[in-house]
Ligand binder design. Structure first.
Ligand code: AMP
Length: 321
């Protein structure tokens, strides 16, 4: 299978080729044709499956075939995501491909924890919003955005949105959307709660479930250490030093714990930074940038913040709790 077979606008194919995508992933192979026809999709796929491009490509393709409208505050595409990190990541994929297109398309990220004013301005003229639910509702309440012209809705990592307690906000947003629209829902798992949302949202969806590749699993070594609480810190430091671990992502169950673990590592001469919801956006971005570039040895993060972050070939992941 090649990207040429989808009948996408040639400049989209050129863009993905220049991004180094040679062949579509399983979720892309199955989703793109359905999405291009305007069908609803329920995709069960994990981060790393290539699910972002499976909705980004058909959306940009569709917009290429429509006339640019007058600038307004009425986006045509809404992608809801659970975290600001994912909003930034997804909008990055939209922008990277849109950059190569003959018909300009503007995509912006909307998320909380930063000043709302620049986002209010940026919404004007944006056709695609990639948003976390809370901040989107803030913008809507201040009349900075109007959702009645949304033609395509994507819920990315829907299970995580529910885990983070966004159900009410999501339902509020659904009520602001027009009835007639295309819906695509992506999730790593299918919970009962999600089934409820799926039933109200999707009409006769094509269900696409991507099994994890067996080959992928064998590339991962799993190890467990049974230790008492007071010995976890020393063991962590010992392992990092002993194995000379670089790029270590440590999960903790709370922000407070992340601060403590990172603080203790730093005190013992191991470069570490915490990342969680209470950190400022700039501190989170800086920590992530350093970690991705390899400058920072250890990133200590809360589970929900870190899921969905895409880092190629991450060598070590430690679940501290
Ligand atoms: P995602 O699951 O959408 O977060 O994508 C995971 C990673 O796979 C990202 O780094 C993408 O750039 C990359 N990717 C997505 N689709 C393809 C493809 N068809 N070929 C190669 N890499 C891809």
């Amino acid at each position: 299978m090649s990207f040429l077979e989808f009948n996408l606008t040639p400049s989209i194919v050129e863009a993905v080729t220049s991004m180094g995508y040679k062949t579509p992933t399983a979720i892309q192979t199955e989703s793109i044709p359905v999405a291009m026809k305007g069908g609803d999709i329920l995709g069960i796929a994990k981060t790393g499956s290539g699910k972002t491009a499976s909705f980004v490509l058909p959306i940009l393709n569709k917009l290429q075939h429509t006339k640019p409208v007058e600038k307004n505050r009425q986006p045509k595409v809404l992608v809801l995501v659970p975290t600001r990190e994912l909003a930034i990541q997804v909008v990055g994929v939209f922008k990277e491909i849109a950059y190569e297109l003959p018909r300009a398309v503007r995509a912006i990220a909307i998320y909380g924890g930063v000043s709302i004013n620049p986002q209010m301005k940026a919404v004007y003229g944006a056709e695609i919003l990639v948003a976390t639910p809370g901040r989107l509702l803030d913008l809507q309440k201040s009349n900075a955005v109007e959702l009645s012209k949304v033609k395509i809705l994507v819920l990315d990592e829907a299970d995580k949105m529910l885990n983070l307690g966004f159900q009410k906000e999501m339902e509020q947003i659904f009520r602001l959307l027009p009835k007639e629209r295309q819906n695509m829902l992506f999730s790593a798992t299918l919970s009962d709660q999600l089934t409820g949302i799926k039933n109200v949202l999707l009409s006769d969806p094509v269900v696409i479930e991507i099994e994890e590749k067996e080959g992928g699993i064998s590339l991962i070594n799993l190890m467990g250490y049974f230790v008492s609480d007071d010995r976890k810190g020393p063991l962590l430091r010992h392992l990092i030093r002993e194995k000379n671990m670089q790029q270590v992502l440590v999960f903790t169950s709370s922000g407070l714990k992340a601060d403590k673990v990172a603080g203790k590592l730093s005190k013992n001469g191991i470069q570490a930074l915490p990342i969680h919801g209470k950190k400022s956006q700039s501190a989170r971005m800086e920590a992530l940038r350093k970690f991705k570039s390899g400058e920072l040895q250890v990133l200590v993060a809360t589970d929900l913040i870190s899921r969905g972050i895409d880092i190629n070939e991450l060598p070590y992941v430690i679940n501290y709790e």
